[in-house]
Write a protein that binds this ligand. Structure first.
Ligand SMILES: O=P(O)(O)OC[C@H]1O[C@@H](O)[C@H](O)[C@@H](O)[C@@H]1O
Length: 130
């Protein structure tokens, strides 16, 4: 078990897409893919996986990942003119290098990351909002 402080590690998946792995001092972890900003794994300190991921999931564009915690934006399902569940889960997000503190008044150190989705010009054509 990892006994040090909270840790944030950047890794790559087998398709070369970056992932952020967050670990707390007791060994629980979360894995967040920059593809869709999707939380793909959440493991307890006993190593139990709490999130489902399909064995048929494909972890690279243009397929949305089936599993974990997807971000459905800017629409849910087919309730809009865009692709199913919107484009956010089909884009590569970026890591905010200068995020605000998680809890300014909370002295406990928690591992966290802030991800940003910067819409492309094509995204702005189909969803002209900021
Ligand atoms: O198959 P997708 O596009 O990843 O969507 C995941 C699920 O999204 C839900 O909103 C739908 O009701 C399901 O039918 C669907 O399986």
């Amino acid at each position: 078990m990892n006994q040090s402080g909270p840790a944030v590690e950047i890794t790559k998946d087998r398709n070369g897409i970056h992932q952020v792995v967050l670990r707390n001092p007791r060994g629980a972890s979360a894995r967040v893919s920059l593809y869709g900003g999707q939380v793909l794994s959440w493991r307890t300190d006993r190593g139990e996986e709490l999130l489902f991921a399909s064995t048929k999931a494909i972890f690279k564009p243009p397929y949305a990942v089936r599993g974990g915690i997807p971000i459905c934006f800017p629409q849910f399902g087919q309730r809009g003119s865009l692709e199913q569940h919107g484009f956010a889960r089909n884009r590569i997000w970026i890591i905010d290098d200068n995020p605000p503190p998680l809890h300014p008044n909370d002295p406990s150190e928690k591992a966290y990351t802030d991800l940003l989705l910067k819409p492309s010009e094509d995204d702005m054509k189909i969803w002209p909002n900021r």
